[in-house]
Design a protein around this ligand. Sequence first.
Ligand code: GLU
Ligand code: ZN
Length: 307
Amino acid sequence: MPEAQLRTFRPAVVMRRYVGRFAPSPTGPLHLGSLAAALASYLDARAHRGRWLLRIEDIDPPRELPGAAETIARQLEAHGLLWDDAIIYQSQRLSYYEAALQRLSARGLLYSCTCNRKRLRELNGRYDGRCRERAANPQGSGSALRVRVDQDPEVHYRDLLRGPQQADLRDTGDFVIRRRDQLIAYQLAVAVDDAAQGVTHVLRGADLADSTPRQIFLLRQLGETPPRYGHIPVMVDACGRKLSKQNQAPALLAAEATANMHRALTWLGLPPPGELADAPSAELICWGLERWSEILRDETATYNKNK
Ligand code: GLU
Ligand code: ZN
């Protein structure tokens, strides 16, 4: 077909193919709360006929547990959550984070911060930008790198589950993207990798919702298109405490996969029918996928009707 003709067939908006991901830190085995988040992300990806990737966020050795990455992969498999492509390990991607630091630095957005812990504690989570004006702060050990937010501080996005959101990054101030121990901060690594892997949709626990505006901000500064984000309610125990490794939430056992999947699906508002009480997790996933796809179809229909 001649080039001129080809051009007429090119769609006005290029649809990016759905890519979802699960990105656990290997600080311990998965618990029920992490299963619910992984499952939501998995079902949404598969319902969109998208890909679903696994990324191990192992850039914080002091917090990691040897063998946890392997345990997490086996736990996902035992629950029927099978990912596409090879697992990505952040510890092998440090040069990409360095390159992103260079790009931000070239735009004049980075400075080193020598404030000590006591001072930062007194600021109570709202960095006042004191080190910003001191041009020649020493780089390296003992000082963190911060990114300045003052020139583009407002972030708006529509959460896939919670609707329109907005944040002003000046409320918390310039934030750390390389820590004083020289480790790359979570915010930067996540933003760089979501862009590099072409992630279009991030479904994760609401405990990470506070981080989303900073990640959107970084992607914007790096000239990348941020993914869509959705935050699912964090699972709590009988006493209302968040299920987490810190609270000693029990590790998922392969032998309890069916019961775990029932609880995770129920948490997502999809309680499986009684006849699936003993179903293997693969069957529960098929059932959950049907339901999730129906909900998406209903939502699309309602959206088109109201347009
Ligand atoms: N690695 C982060 C964690 O396990 C989650 C990253 C993300 O989903 O954006 O808490
Ligand atoms: Zn400082």
